[in-house]
Design a protein around this ligand. Sequence first.
Ligand SMILES: *[C@@H]1O[C@H](CO)[C@@H](O)[C@H](O)[C@H]1NC(C)=O
Length: 475
Amino acid sequence: MARSKEMVVLYPSPGMGHLVSMVELGRLFLQRGLAVTIVTVDPPYNTGSTASFIARASAANPGIAFHRLPAVELPPNPSSHHHEALAFDLLRRSNSNLLSFLRSLSPAPSALVLDFFCLFALDVAVPLHLPCFLFFTSGSSVLAMFLHLPSLDAACAPRSFRDLAGTPLSIPGVPPLPADHMCLPMLDRDDDAYRGFVYLADRIPDVKGIFVNTFRELEPRALEAVAAGLCVTDGRSTPPVYPIGPLITERKTDGGGECLAWLDAVPNASVVFLCFGSIGLFEAEQLREIATGLDRSGHRFLWVVRSPPSHDPSKRFEAPPEPDLGALLPEGFLERTRARGLVVKGWAPQSEVLRHAAVGGFVTHCGWNSVLEAVVAGVPMLAWPLYAEQWMNKVFLVEEMQAAAAVEGYAGLVTAEEIEMKVRWLMESEGGRRLRDRAADMKERAAAAVGEGGSSRAALQELVAQLKRGEENGE
Ligand SMILES: *[C@@H]1O[C@H](CO)[C@@H](O)[C@H](O)[C@H]1NC(C)=O
């Protein structure tokens, strides 16, 4: 008699970037013969349109079961102003709902795959004898940092990373990291978000395996250091690491036809694409500098513009309204650049835009999914990091992966002169050409990694085999 399929429960954090790649992971597992359930919690803050994303993902993937945990009560006045602290609170408080749900499943699942933010759920899984795995949705350089974080925390005490400013932190497998380039919500030791991250980082060695959304050829040094156990220093061992990426959404999205039609009509590799993630916002002054820089560069551009952030604390975690381009951008800008520029409000089909032959450069906030989409498309990047772990990604992209050049001034105001200069450098100079060649090379390596006989394909096969054995291994 055929055994029923092993069922794997995936538990993503509510952040859009995390959710998107977890759904992709679910699709891969499904294709390889596992049954997949994705458990979600509703975000208490703006992370992009996750509810509509889940609805679409659920309709598009009838083979995956989606289950939404009930809402939990959160304290009305969070002490941290970082949304990550809210997420930690939400996920910690969702543990009992998760437990009830896992208990209700029959037959029992054979493994639980957790987002990094969701490692609180280890406390639920252990009493159920359910093996837990981590799906790390950023790169292995950032993973190296988190594995090393308990040591860094002890070494830097009582000072915060913010106080250590330009001091380079030493982390095995990655270039020296200026302490103020740590994840934004981790700069202050006294913040709830910082304490949450240190707690979670300390739990990573408790999982049975780590899947990372990267590929060996993109971050060889970091992966080797992690796999050799160099990042965890308190005598604990490092779980096996499986680089299975790049895992990105390549399906066509609805809408965005205007962007693609516009790109169809211009020469290959002639457009600079500017897009800053699902929640990246700029002040009006910064938007005007970008406009002026693009205007003076003389190059074609496709620019996704959002409204500036609200300064009303009660609206801090809400999505901004649609931008009024006429009021936000410099007088006459849209008319002057009409022949060579397209400004779109709020959203563009980023992955499709990046894969369009007309795009020759990408100004990015360095969110990891965006980085991988650019790598897969072979588009050279200008790194303009904003929030979360993006300042770290910028360091690794520029210093280690040689996949990007930095837009200087990102700690404050990036001037029109800098934008003009970097765009010209990327599109016209010998250095820009070298970056383009490197991007073309990485594109081939990314395709090879997930292709027949590739490193990521092999890692995925190995971990699926381990998941199918999950029950016998879980003690
Ligand atoms: C532009 O790119 C497309 C897709 O890669 C290619 O088929 C076409 O030959 C290119 N056109 C020119 C003029 O190079």
